[in-house]
Ligand binder design. Structure first.
Ligand SMILES: Cc1cc2nc3c(=O)[nH]c(=O)nc-3n(C[C@H](O)[C@H](O)[C@H](O)COP(=O)(O)O)c2cc1C
Length: 285
């Protein structure tokens, strides 16, 4: 089980020490052309998490490949590149230019409908363009996320990243929207039950490697995502509040495992599907 950051929630070049406390660094989504992102206000706190309407602000593929990526490699870490676009060929063009990284296809970009066939078409185009490890990052807004997971598996994805944000709106005291764009992506604690359901459904349907994310704040949250089938876990919103979260979460996870009498977190993978941790302990006794 590796601990990564969630795309867009850490800038490794401004916070290299936080990045080095992770097992791999995931970039913010890169699109073919530069994007300034949405008009402010782009971040709002809510009682249950955070809303953001960053709008995929990024320097664009050419500047990323020429300037950002070489500096990321200098950190000496495993690097994942989050690839975005507005059509399958745009994703494929970026994939073709990458080397020595894992690719996460962000299939939740604005204007990219995540119907199973569209997601599969994007993955198939990416697969044809590269032999690098290819993860498909899915939105939990699709009620039948396991169908999308099966479609992207058939199209050649090696793994899944689950989940991206859900659309939400928050109002201020004068009953006006707090975000410049009205609505944005809801992340943080509210997403944890959504992430558990998505990982559970997709693992059962595909048995693919899954990076679980959504509202992870503690070691217990990591344990639960692994129990429903995640192989790896990513930290998102928590990194804005607590840059020490990777080390803290690892320590909390070790304490949770010790309390359960389990030696290795990987032994817990999928146990929620098989009667919980007691089924595991009965095997080792
Ligand atoms: C400020 C912010 C920016 C994000 N940018 C991206 C992005 O560029 N690409 C992407 O795939 N997900 C992006 N996400 C979604 C996260 O990667 C993650 O899927 C989501 O926040 C759920 O995890 P969390 O609840 O732990 O934050 C962003 C989230 C936040 C809060």
């Amino acid at each position: 089980m590796r601990i990564l950051n969630a795309s867009g929630c850490l800038d490794a070049l401004t916070a290299p020490d936080v990045a080095r406390s992770l097992d791999a660094f995931v970039s913010k989504t890169v699109t073919p052309l530069p994007r300034e992102g949405n008009a402010p206000v782009r971040i709002a706190e809510t009682d249950v998490g955070m809303l953001n309407s960053i709008g995929l602000a990024n320097p664009g593929r050419d500047a990323f490949l020429a300037e950002t990526l070489p500096r990321l490699h200098e950190l000496g870490m495993k690097v994942w590149i989050s690839v975005g676009g507005f059509a399958a060929h745009e994703y494929a063009e970026t994939c073709a230019q990458l080397d020595g990284v894992t690719i996460e296809l962000n299939l939740s970009c604005p204007n990219v409908e995540e119907a199973a066939d569209t997601a599969a078409a994007i993955v198939a185009a990416g697969r044809a363009a590269t032999s690098l490890p290819l993860y498909a990052k899915l939105s939990p807004a699709n009620w039948d996320i396991a169908e999308v997971a099966k479609a992207v598996q058939a199209a050649g994805a090696d793994g899944l990243s689950l989940v991206n944000t859900l659309r939400g709106t928050a109002l201020d005291d004068s009953l006006r929207p707090r975000l410049g764009t009205w609505s944005g992506g809801l992340s943080g604690p509210a997403l944890k039950p959504v992430a558990l359901a998505a990982v559970h459904a997709c693992w059962r349907a595909t048995r693919m490697p899954i990076v679980g994310m959504g509202g992870v704040m503690t070691g217990r949250d990591v344990l639960e995502l692994v129990a429903v089938g995640a192989q790896d876990v990513a930290l998102g919103t928590v990194l804005f509040r607590d840059p020490d979260a990777p080390d803290r979460v690892r320590a909390e996870l070790a304490a949770e495992l010790a309390a359960l009498g389990v030696a290795d977190v990987d032994d817990v993978r999928g146990v929620a599907h098989e009667g919980g941790v007691e089924s595991l302990l009965s095997l080792t006794r």
